[in-house]
Design a protein around this ligand. Structure first.
Ligand code: AVI
Length: 323
């Protein structure tokens, strides 16, 4: 199984119910309809994303895993003895193990995720495999400021944010998120982060519209989720998945397209859809290495090292907090 299927973790459904309802009604009321991408990851969506990461067309997960595997020794050499590894949106912590295998002088591992179940499972597995390592999970949304345990204040902190999840934020929000991570980690921190690269458009489009229709099911699950959780009456066969590449902004945009003129009821509200009208559901930004360096600099990080695969599909960066 690959890295977490929940880039933002999966929240307690009871807690998130009203959040989903509010966000959905607000998103469908706007002139350009949209649903925030964080709602893609309920249990069904997480299972579908897990499947996406194993598809032949979806290169990011396996490419990043290969880079981390090849460079694990070099990454470990940058991390001094007694350091603390802090993972943002750790989920199942699968890729992390590639690093932990080489970091035998690490003091502690701090996985941050909003899913207590994912943290519990990851902690049990990692504690068993690396008995010397202190594992201190923090249940939190990594998009919010997080306070590190004070006992780590004198130790070098290394952030880890794999999966190219940074690409799901608009550049302005990505800068804010990276700046917040820098504040969480403090001065002298490092951040190891994965970013997907710009490439042949056909290759990109295939990754977000696979032949088996798994990404389509992942996207349409948003509507199925609204039906399940909020009693909405979306007819799933009256919408289709679409993935397009926006050349100007360097990003994949996912939409759900209404196949005909129709009305849909959600929580006491009625929404009209024209034939062909789109609901925006996700951005996935792709970077040139230089462009990514500019972005991280705006958030107060200085690029130290970057590795890519032979085809230059994906990049893994080590950044240092700029003072
Ligand atoms: C989680 N995130 C990095 C994925 C991506 O590639 O943007 C989400 C995804 N959406 C469709 N396929 C995968």
């Amino acid at each position: 199984m690959e890295q977490s299927a929940r880039p933002h973790g999966r929240a307690d459904p009871a807690a998130i119910g009203s959040d989903f309802s509010e966000a959905l009604i607000a998103g469908l009321s706007a002139p350009q309809k949209s649903i925030p991408s964080r709602f893609l990851y309920d249990a069904a969506g997480s299972a579908l994303f897990e499947k996406i990461t194993t598809l032949p067309e979806y290169y990011p997960t396996r490419t990043e895993t290969d880079i981390l595997r090849y460079q694990a020794e070099e990454i470990a050499a940058i991390v001094p003895a007694g350091a603390v590894l802090v993972e943002f949106g750790s989920g199942s912590s699968t890729k992390t193990e590639l690093l932990l295998e080489r970091m035998d002088k690490l003091h502690a591992y701090v996985p941050i995720d909003i899913s207590s179940a994912a943290l519990r499972d990851a902690k049990a597995r990692i504690a068993e495999r690396f008995p010397e390592l202190l594992v201190m999970p923090i249940e939190a949304d990594f998009a919010q400021p997080i306070v590190m345990p004070p006992e780590f204040s004198a130790r070098p902190l290394f952030g880890f944010f794999p999966g190219s999840t940074i690409g799901n934020s608009r550049p302005i929000d990505a800068v804010a998120l990276l700046a917040s991570m820098r504040r969480t980690l403090g001065p002298d921190a490092h951040l190891i982060i994965g970013a997907d690269l710009k490439k042949n458009v056909r290759r990109l489009l295939a990754a977000y519209d696979d032949a088996d229709g798994v990404t389509a099911a992942f996207n349409l699950n948003l509507l199925a989720r609204a039906n399940r959780e909020l009693g909405a009456n979306f007819k799933l066969d009256q919408f289709k998945h679409s993935a397009t590449y926006d050349m100007r902004n360097g990003r994949i945009d996912m939409h759900l397209v209404s196949l005909r003129e129709q009305w849909v009821d959600v929580g006491g509200h009625r929404f009209h859809f024209d034939a062909g009208e789109q609901i925006h559901t996700e951005h996935s930004h792709k970077y040139e290495i230089e462009g990514f360096h500019t972005l991280v600099s705006e958030a107060g990080w200085r690029p130290q090292v970057v590795w890519t695969d032979a085809e230059r599909l994906f990049s893994v960066h080590v950044l240092i907090a700029d003072v």
